[in-house]
Design a protein around this ligand. Structure first.
Ligand code: COA
Length: 165
């Protein structure tokens, strides 16, 4: 298992990977009505960073997951964490989260937030077991809250903001 910064060659893989990861939600919620995943090239075009998880450190090892963190100017937001369902449960998500912490620290540190489903097993409880706590959404997350509203995410369950302690 290995985590590294995303390269340009990785970017086209990220949207399809995220769409595949959403399969879990389809099993739980039925028809999601969510828009297609954000393309990796679009993610790379905003301030922040992208990390990918691979099965091992061999050059060309397939990408099985990614984390996208937005730089909000002194604060950070984990915009997406996604692992291919065929590779879940092997620690890639945990490794990506640890690498996100390391990268945020290397870039000067600061508050790290995310938005997730409070009661979906691999969302709120997964993060809580890794030291994240629920918080009132800070004002800087207003654009993310507006996007969630547009996409109707709360239709499927309680959405919360969490912060890394
Ligand atoms: C969340 C996600 C990235 C975790 O990736 P992963 O590689 O499976 O992570 P790990 O192997 O490190 O850990 C898996 C954890 O999820 C839990 N989990 C996964 N699927 C589960 C399920 N169906 N029911 C209960 N728990 C589940 C495991 O119990 C484990 O937690 P634990 O180690 O504390 O017991 C992955 O499930 C995913 O991509 N989900 C779809 C996208 C998503 O929800 N992203 C987060 C958005 S905020």
């Amino acid at each position: 298992m290995s985590v590294r910064p995303a390269t340009t060659a990785d970017l086209p893989l990220l949207g399809p990977l995220e769409d595949t990861g959403d399969r879990q939600f389809t099993d739980l919620f039925g028809d999601l009505g969510w828009p297609a995943a954000t393309p990796g090239e679009e993610r790379a075009g905003v301030p922040g960073f992208l990390l990918v998880a691979t099965g091992d450190e061999t050059p060309g090892a397939p990408v099985v997951g990614f984390a996208h963190v937005l730089d909000l100017g002194g604060a950070w937001h984990l915009e997406q964490l996604s692992v291919d369902p065929d590779h879940q449960g092997r620690g890639h998500g945990t490794a990506l989260l640890a690498a996100v912490d390391t990268e945020v620290a290397a870039r000067g540190g600061g508050t790290l937030t995310l938005m997730t489903y409070a009661d979906v097993a691999w969302n709120g409880p997964f993060y809580a077991r890794r030291g994240w706590v629920e918080v009132e959404p800070p004002d800087r997350l207003a654009p993310m809250l507006a996007a969630e509203e547009r996409e109707g995410l709360a239709r499927h369950g309680r959405r919360i903001a969490m912060e890394r302690c």
